[in-house]
Write a protein that binds this ligand. Sequence first.
Ligand code: FAD
Ligand code: NAG
Ligand code: NAG
Ligand code: NAG
Ligand code: NAG
Ligand code: NAG
Ligand code: NAG
Ligand code: NAG
Ligand code: NAG
Ligand code: NAG
Length: 808
Amino acid sequence: MKIAAAFSMAMALGASAAGAALKYTDANTGISFAGYSDDKGLKVGMALPDTPEKDLIMQIVGPAKAGAGWAGFDFSSSMTGKMLLIAWPNGKNVMLSPRIATGYVTPSVYTATDVKLSPIPKGTFVNDTHYSATFLCAGCINKDTFSATDADGVFAYAYSTTPVTTPADPSSALSYHAAGFSGFGMSLADAKSADFAKWAAMADTSAAPPSAPAPSVPGTNLTAPIRTSNTTYDYIVAGGGPAGIIAASRLAESGASVLLVERGHASTFSTGGKALMSWNSSVTQFDVPSMAYYLASSTLDSTQYCADTASQAGCLLGGSGMVNALMFVKPQDADFDDHWPAGWKAADVKAASDRFFEKNPGTDMSSADGKRYDQGAYDVLSSFFKSNGFSSVEPLKEPNKKVDVFAHPPWLIQDHLRGGPVKTYLPAAQAMKGFSMRLNTNVVRAVRQASWTSGIEVQNEDGSREIINVKPKTGKVILAAGALSTPRILFYSGIGPESEIKKVPSTVTMTNSSRIDLPVGKGVQDHTILTVSMKTKQPMKSLKSTAFTAPSQTDIDLFAQGSGVLTQAGQRLNFWTSVKSPSDGKTRFIQGTCNSPADDEVKLKVYLTHGLTSSADLGLDATGKITELQGTPWLDTKGDVEAIQVFFDRLVKMTAKPNSTLSIKMKDGSAAPANLTGAALYADVKSSQASGSHWVRSARMGLDDGRKANGSAVVDTNTKVYGTDNLFVVDASMHADLPTGNTQAIVMVAAEHAAAKILALGGAAGNGTAAAPCKKLRRRRSCASSAGPAAHRRHMHRGLVLSPHMKA
Ligand SMILES: Cc1cc2nc3c(=O)[nH]c(=O)nc-3n(C[C@H](O)[C@H](O)[C@H](O)COP(=O)(O)OP(=O)(O)OC[C@H]3O[C@@H](n4cnc5c(N)ncnc54)[C@H](O)[C@@H]3O)c2cc1C
Ligand SMILES: *[C@@H]1O[C@H](CO)[C@@H](O)[C@H](O)[C@H]1NC(C)=O
Ligand SMILES: *[C@@H]1O[C@H](CO)[C@@H](O)[C@H](O)[C@H]1NC(C)=O
Ligand SMILES: *[C@@H]1O[C@H](CO)[C@@H](O)[C@H](O)[C@H]1NC(C)=O
Ligand SMILES: *[C@@H]1O[C@H](CO)[C@@H](O)[C@H](O)[C@H]1NC(C)=O
Ligand SMILES: *[C@@H]1O[C@H](CO)[C@@H](O)[C@H](O)[C@H]1NC(C)=O
Ligand SMILES: *[C@@H]1O[C@H](CO)[C@@H](O)[C@H](O)[C@H]1NC(C)=O
Ligand SMILES: *[C@@H]1O[C@H](CO)[C@@H](O)[C@H](O)[C@H]1NC(C)=O
Ligand SMILES: *[C@@H]1O[C@H](CO)[C@@H](O)[C@H](O)[C@H]1NC(C)=O
Ligand SMILES: *[C@@H]1O[C@H](CO)[C@@H](O)[C@H](O)[C@H]1NC(C)=O
């Protein structure tokens, strides 16, 4: 679940559930609360003493009818760093779990020892329609909630009707909170009562906290039988996201036997996805481009997001490429040239890039009738940028023009539906004899004997465990579970810093050899997003969100013909520029994606991108189950903050011109003051700060072997994990740098290039150090292990030279 991500998404979309602030007296306990309720049975309330110190009483009521789920109270209105109180039914009992989300992340269990939750039994029950948790929250007024002297609070709630993963486990992963979420403000005076002490005395402070049952980590169910698959493969690819599908497909094209293992279920209609639209049962919500902005609030698929990653990620076939917003930004040369090592510069990856874009050209004109729909925001913003010296470009044709330019948004849409590897690589791979794929299969670890990886351990959907091996001496295992999950597989395989390996649940069968000390998770980066709202000076019409979530028959009929607004993703205009930060003199790039959330209003999502210097570490939480951030990678350096302020200075000046068609709207709805500065605008929009969901560098590529003192790289330039013979990483984790645009295009280009590198290894020695690429060798014995003996025989049979052939 993603309380955090969803709040940010809620703000980004301007979504909010119907509901109201309220004061009420609870009939069961007699306690008077101030809080919030929605119109579907969710209610949260707080009670405070007249003079608050450290304690408060909380009530969380959730609707139990539709399969229960969970409900939570957030002491912030966004995701940043405040405590969350979560309640859910476990049979007839109610579970309580304090959590914390450090930034835009999955909440981990909140472990401050001076916080204690004690149920008030009369108000804590499960009945036929609801579950109710009423409890004394001792020590809960602290640095992670609010101050005892605050007059007002800005809080939020979120809830789900899908049960948590392991209801009896207070640290359980939570299901996605599809039922509702909203921020709300309240006066703390409304929560105060002289009767607080009397009410607090009703709490059962002796109640032992619910004890945790056996961990629910995949692969840790030691009572499950373990078997070994009777099939071995030349290559096993762990993770069916964009990078994994591309790598697996290209490896299979060489004639090798390849197993692609994906933990999630099918996604698009053509792969058997089940999240069908009510208005067209031959497309899923993942197929329809206009749904890309509404997936987080859709209830059609409650498991599309990973429940155990540090930030939002897709856990279904196609990975985050299935849940993303379809932006498709072709990398500029600098994205590779600035920090990737030799062999991965723009010129080096050009062939791979050409192969990829030929199959996946992307488009800025998705409607078959050649028309663009809902262009109000484009019209006003394009003239605004043009009159301020920006020029119009076609970013898919001119990727290197990234300063003072604007464009119709480039999208990964093909034939009017979501494009990408599930559509353009997978079908051909599935037609190959050597290719097989397993869905709903969670890769737990690489099974490693010292430097050799013999295979993987998986947990199947039925809970059973299985070892799947690669071919002896020549096989290879490729991790592609995404930048927020591949590190966990590495940790569970005994690869990474000691601090993280120590947290691996003891029930995970750790590898039978010593730890490889690599800086896995160190220095991850992400784009930062800040949202600026502007008012148009002339009237401008905007489509309501229902135009997308409950489309008109006209639009449904147009879509059936491949046309109309439903074939478009959510953005209406993009811009790019760069700024130089005064303190470090470094150039940083800015990207904007814009649309119109309401009449007479446009919204600019301003991203700080390539060149930013903030970073954080990615590790395991205290339970060892969930990846979490250590530190925050957003605007954490002086230079990064300056970059935003320099850009905002310019934006303020642009809008302050007397003939400007747009004016800045402050957070409280007021017009921008005449003396507004970039720094003041930054202060005003700071609370909108959100993750770009563009994670890279969690298992970074470099020439400096991370096992050595001061070495920083986890994989070498063949994408092979240092210190191993045959373990590779091809997803966004291995990227050496953060690009200028949204990450999917560069992830796919890099995966194409990585597949070629891996094939070129040949690997006669089984560890990639066998020098010559196969294509130079024509004699059978010299290259017999390039892709395993079987593959070799197929190549020989077809009379092919043993080269990794890349169909463009
Ligand atoms: C909400 C959101 C919006 C985004 N918007 C955009 C956008 O508009 N444009 C853009 O360019 N980029 C966008 N991105 C980023 C882009 O989608 C990612 O950079 C890209 O998908 C990364 O690809 P990947 O193959 O590295 O990993 P992922 O896409 O994360 O794929 C990893 C795959 O591995 C699977 N997996 C994970 N763990 C295991 C395991 N243990 N065993 C088996 N399988 C496993 C996952 O289920 C998933 O299918 C967005 C991302 C998100 C989350
Ligand atoms: C269940 O409890 C909730 C919360 O106290 C209450 O609103 C509801 O009426 C109760 N339902 C029944 C059937 O008693
Ligand atoms: C563990 O495995 C056993 C046997 O397959 C199964 O019955 C049980 O449900 C599993 N437990 C969990 C928590 O997955
Ligand atoms: C491999 O195991 C599967 C079942 O797990 C079975 O159907 C198949 O026949 C076995 N193949 C061989 C060659 O033993
Ligand atoms: C505003 O005036 C400036 C200077 O005269 C001009 O360059 C610009 O195009 C005008 N902008 C608009 C939107 O008319
Ligand atoms: C551990 O690895 C060695 C080879 O390095 C092997 O001989 C031994 O059987 C392995 N033990 C287990 C429990 O896997
Ligand atoms: C659903 O959309 C597809 C286009 O993807 C179209 O071919 C089909 O006719 C549509 N069906 C309906 C019932 O509109
Ligand atoms: C801007 O003007 C307002 C009054 O309109 C004033 O309160 C504020 O301090 C000024 N800010 C700066 C940075 O000068
Ligand atoms: C590692 O870095 C430290 C501090 O930057 C430096 O003092 C040391 O010499 C470096 N060691 C090596 C082997 O480069
Ligand atoms: C790879 O294999 C070669 C030859 O067998 C050996 O010399 C080398 O040390 C191995 N490399 C690693 C990283 O194990």
